[in-house]
Design a protein around this ligand. Structure first.
Ligand code: MN
Length: 245
């Protein structure tokens, strides 16, 4: 199982979630929302749990001073996220700070040879894609919980983006239709827990099995075949930054 976007540090008991994930063999990317959370969250790492250095767009304005810490920590990980832009009206006041932080992060990643990036693009698909296009050396973008239009999805595919999809996204018709248009060799699963929900409770990393079942249906494979596809995808994604430091 693969959970490529999980806020492990935000569960009430992160240690037990990390432990259970490891026991179940989940390959997990633990994302963070601010640079100051990175060190504490990295303490949860196991063999299959890696930590991404993040700067969530919703926190860009109030934590703008942490960009220095971001630059300082970047050499320590090949994973960056959660980063991106949020275009919902409640975050309009922070838009300029969001853009400044996101552009800065992409340039820092490019300067270090590229990173694997897990990206937030709610109501901001085009602005996120514009920045990715402007800094192609930033690394390999993985759009988490993509919710744009079919046309925007096409553009993201053409720009080389990958996608992580979870049980919440795939519960609805619209999310399934988008997933069906994604190249199956560039799809990963995610829980987005504890924010992502299944049956009105927080999703856990192992709940990605629900997403795998839907993907199997979409791809016309059995569950084992879909799992194999996803594992191969992650192996390939890891190779995209194999040589960076
Ligand atoms: Mn998230």
């Amino acid at each position: 199982m693969i959970d490529f976007h999980c806020h492990l540090d935000l569960y009430p008991d992160p240690w037990s979630v990390a432990e259970r994930s490891e026991q179940l063999g989940v390959r997990l990317l633990s994302v963070t929302t601010v640079p100051s959370a990175w060190s504490g969250t990295a303490a949860l790492e196991r063999d299959r749990i890696h930590t991404a250095l993040g700067f969530h767009p919703q926190l860009a304005l109030e934590r703008v001073k942490e960009i220095g810490l971001f630059a300082e920590l970047l050499p320590r990980t090949r994973f960056v996220g959660e980063v991106g832009l949020d275009g919902t009206p409640e975050f309009r006041a922070s838009w300029h700070a969001q853009v400044e932080i996101f552009e800065r992060i992409l340039r820092l990643c490019a300067d270090r040879g590229g990173r694997i990036l897990t990206l937030h693009s709610r109501r901001a698909t085009e602005p996120v894609l514009d920045r990715i296009e402007a800094v192609p050396d930033a690394g390999t973008p993985v759009l988490h919980w993509f919710s744009g239009s079919a046309g925007e999805l096409r553009r993201a595919i053409d720009l080389g983006c990958w996608f992580s999809v979870g049980p919440s996204m795939l519960a609805g018709k619209r999310g399934r239709a988008l997933a069906a248009r994604m190249p199956r060799d560039r799809v990963l699963t995610e829980s987005d827990g504890p924010f992502g929900q299944v049956e009105s409770r927080s999703a856990f990393p192992w709940d990605v099995d629900r997403a795998v079942r839907v993907l199997a249906e979409i791809w016309g494979l059995d569950v084992r075949g879909a799992e194999q596809q996803l594992e191969n995808n992650l192996d390939r994604l890891m190779e995209t930054t194999a040589g960076v430091s």
